[in-house]
Design a protein around this ligand. Sequence first.
Ligand code: FES
Length: 113
Amino acid sequence: MPKIKLLPHPEYSPSGATFEVSTSSTLCDALLDNGIPIEHACGKVGACSTCHIVVRQGFDKLNPLGDNEEDLLDMAWGLEPQSRLACQAIVTGSHELVVEIPKYSINHAKETV
Ligand code: FES
């Protein structure tokens, strides 16, 4: 069974977390199902980028990045080469993934500008 290691985040999981997830689950659902209240303002339909995550390990074990996802990621705070939208990233194998939720989402960035 795939495993997700979530790196510590001051708001969502100060000590980090590790949990098993089902193959074919999205990372957003996997996080929510395990008590991590990641933002998902558009209802997980790939239209907002508030669910931005960085996949520190196992990026290539997810489904490929789509064009729409790539466009939305351009709006995300703290974009990195391993960035994904958690609601569009599907776990495809039985690997361990290491995931980081950036410190801010696009909503926070707007509030502080
Ligand atoms: Fe809106 Fe993922 S929840 S893009």
